[in-house]
Ligand binder design. Structure first.
Ligand code: FPP
Length: 257
């Protein structure tokens, strides 16, 4: 089936976001409601990831960035961190074929050096295996902190200034955008946060400047295709002005493919 077939199936208009970012929240509450251990919520959350990645590919989105593990998440009880890491490793192992089949190219942002050697290897392997895929770019934010990413960008730019490659007055917004770990990706058009919390939680701080926000009470493990389509439909109703007065809805600006 082609992208336009899927657009018809899901009753969506053609102007979709190019880049969607998601704060996947509520796994713990989902498990608690069912009197299950927290890890059961994370496991169910991994199934939501699989489904949302598949639909994003079908709809021809260019990038999907998922907040899988923040630098703050290391502060969770040791057992939960270790089970989350085990789940990540399983995900990387078991999903590679699915990603390949769906032409999805995997990438990662964050302090991936904080991950265990085994997970780093698994991640590298999955990135390598899917590197020739030309469809959706799936970016996992792992041990990610928006402030750290900005700090690293500043350091990189400062080095270039020191070596005379650029002048301080030559630093533009674009210089910073490009120096971030997301520098090669399109602008984030839509940020989705599940479980109803109204926070950015140190995610993509610079990149969210003009993003549309969609917050739903649905907990991440319950967030499946119909919920994602609802978020995309909502996005399609928004009047994006990028700080100006003229709406650009329906026009071919930043989010048209
Ligand atoms: C928040 O739920 C979710 C996370 C800690 C990150 C998302 C992790 C997954 C979806 C697990 C699988 C990930 C991969 C990449 C295989 P929470 O525990 O904060 O929920 P709560 O706020 O209800 O306690």
């Amino acid at each position: 089936m082609s992208v336009s077939d899927y657009l018809k199936r899901y009753r969506l208009k053609p102007h979709l976001p190019r880049h969607v970012a998601i704060i996947m929240d509520g796994n713990g509450r989902w498990a608690k409601k069912r009197h299950l251990p927290r890890i059961a919520g994370h496991r169910a959350g991994a199934l939501s990831i699989r489904e949302i990645v598949r639909v994003s590919g079908q709809l021809g989105l260019s990038a999907l960035t998922l907040y899988a593990f923040s630098t703050e998440n290391w502060k969770r009880p040791r057992q939960e961190v270790s089970l989350l890491m085990k789940l990540l490793r399983q995900y990387l192992r078991s999903e590679v074929q699915e990603l390949l089949q769906n032409n999805v190219r995997l990438g990662a942002i964050g302090n991936t050096k904080d991950l265990s050697g085994e997970i780093q290897e698994e991640l590298e392997k999955a990135i390598q295996i899917t590197s020739r895929c030309t469809g959706l770019n799936l970016i996992l934010a792992l041990s990610y902190s928006g402030r750290t990413d900005l700090t690293n960008a500043v350091k990189e730019i400062a080095k270039k200034v020191k070596s005379g490659k650029i002048k301080p007055e030559g630093i533009k917004e674009e210089t910073i955008t490009k120096a971030l770990s997301t520098g090669a990706l399109p602008e984030v058009d839509l940020l989705i946060r599940t479980s109803g919390e109204m926070r950015v939680s140190n995610f993509l701080l610079w990149e969210l400047a003009y993003s549309e926000f969609y917050v739903t009470k649905t907990l991440w493990p319950d967030f499946r295709t119909p919920h994602f389509i609802a978020a995309l439909r909502d996005f399609q109703k928004r009047q994006r002005r990028f700080g100006g007065v003229e709406s650009v809805i329906g026009s071919v600006t930043s989010w048209a493919r």
